[in-house]
Design a binder for this molecule. Structure first.
Ligand code: SF4
Length: 439
């Protein structure tokens, strides 16, 4: 995040966010609070009075990256500067982190987001309070796209997942507060709003009046018409209501793009994952979504190598992936996370088998994706421009940071970043599409 004209006496901060879009929003809230109280952004770590690393603790690899990043910026700190380790790793692995990176003098957990400024001033600050629309936010995404966190934490108990321990039970924001923040973001130029939570489908189930996700989305869609694209990420494949699918089908500015992480499709593995889904329920869900939302694009995430995943179980996953044909998909290898129930399960799958299965599934998904992209050639769709030299953008069915981009030929000069255009698909290269702008 680059600084404006500097007021030399203002304290400065340099921030790095690791992990998911929900973590990015948390950093934006922490920076928004500091900048609205006279702080400024430093252009590089070595110039900052405070260095903030918002860590990720979801997987072992993410925690290693968090420690490496903290050590790296610690090496660049100017004398007297302070290092803050915030986020999920801090929340759950505070002692390990303090041991591994003693330079991190201030540790801010996921429930202490709004206490950072007070902590920097040597005070305790609020703990457990949840950011609202009233909290200033330094949006760090492109000028037309912003994430909005509608809830935090998760009340499900998937056996491989640490998030309920990192973030606690689900806490939803009041719908009116989310609509207000959506309007604030639209007023500053946001046209693509991406709703995120650990478990979006369960939005509102912890609130007294239990507003549904569908009612929330309809409110945003109706009350903030400037929003051109409303996108829903992280929809648990259970409890996905017809009400929500009707809302997606009815509302013009709600994208028929749904991210539904299924993780696996073998009944025995799904049971051990404690997902509460079966292959049959997942097949029915995909059919229902495609029937209720014609032309929708579906994204999913698969996990391979879960304890007890036999060759037959893996074949079941492959055949499901072949059958369901999600347009966008990612693959993860199981990671035995300390403190997760699955880490203690028997029949752990050896690392080389996990890697083999990940490659096998990825090559199947690549084949499906290449066929899907081939079938879309010649189609014209709406895209948003995100760069102009060369001209790059994203079609409506490409979520930010995960689904690639579209490379547009020919019209570099006369389109602006943030502009929405119609573009024709003329090919694909790896995860990206090739397109030409339609006049
Ligand atoms: S729903 Fe998602 S965040 Fe919640 S426990 Fe399961 S995997 Fe973790």
């Amino acid at each position: 995040m680059s600084p404006g004209r500097r007021n030399s006496s203002a304290p400065t901060v340099f921030a790095i966010t690791l992990g998911c879009p929900k973590n990015r929003v948390d950093t934006e809230v922490m920076l928004g609070d500091l900048l609205s109280h006279g702080w400024e952004l430093a252009g590089e770590p070595g110039r900052a009075d405070v260095l903030l690393v918002n860590t990720c603790g979801f997987l072992k690899a993410a925690r290693e990256e968090s420690v490496d990043t903290l050590r790296e910026v610690a090496r660049e700190m100017k004398p007297g500067a302070r290092l803050v380790a915030a986020g999920c790793m801090t929340e759950r692995f505070r002692r390990e982190l303090a041991r591994e990176v003693p330079e991190a003098g201030i540790l801010v957990g996921t429930r202490e987001l709004l206490s950072l400024r007070d902590r920097l001033e040597g005070k305790r600050g609020p703990v457990g309070s949840f950011p609202t629309a009233a909290n200033p936010r330094l949006v760090s995404t492109t000028e037309r796209m912003a994430y909005i966190k509608v809830a935090d934490g998760c009340s499900r108990r998937c056996s491989f997942c640490l998030i309920p321990r990192l973030k606690g039970r689900q806490r939803s924001r009041p719908a009116a507060d989310i609509v207000e923040e959506s309007a604030n973001l639209a007023a500053t130029g946001t046209r693509e709003l991406v709703l995120v939570a650990q478990d979006l489908v369960h939005y509102g189930t912890d609130l007294p009046e239990r507003p549904s996700l569908a009612s929330l989305v309809r409110s945003i869609s109706g009350q903030v018409p400037q929003l051109r694209w409303i996108r829903l990420m992280y929809l648990f494949p259970r409890d996905l209501s017809d009400e929500l699918l009707d809302c997606v089908a009815d509302c013009d500015n709600v994208l028929p793009y749904l991210d539904i992480p299924v993780q696996h499709a073998d009944d025995r593995v799904l049971a051990a994952m404690r997902r509460g889904t079966t292959r049959k329920s997942l097949e029915t869900l995909v059919e229902r979504v495609r029937a209720k939302v014609p032309g929708c694009v579906l994204r999913t995430t698969y996990m391979v190598g879960f304890p007890g995943e036999t060759d037959i179980a893996f074949d079941n996953l492959l055949s499901f992936a072949e059958q369901a044909r999600f347009e966008m998909a990612g693959v993860f290898e199981f990671s035995a996370e300390p403190g997760s129930m699955a880490a203690g399960l028997p029949e752990q799958v050896p690392a080389h088998v996990r890697a083999e299965r990940s490659r096998a599934l990825q090559s199947l998904l690549d084949r499906i994706a290449s066929k899907t992209r081939g079938d879309m050639e010649g189609e014209v769709h709406e895209a948003v421009i995100e760069a102009t030299d060369p001209t790059m953008g994203r079609f409506w069915f490409q979520a930010p940071e995960v689904d690639g981009a579209v490379r547009l030929d020919g019209r570099g000069a006369d389109v602006d970043v943030g502009e929405f255009i119609r573009a024709r698909i003329i090919g694909a290269r790896d995860i990206d599409f090739l397109g030409t702008a339609e006049s």
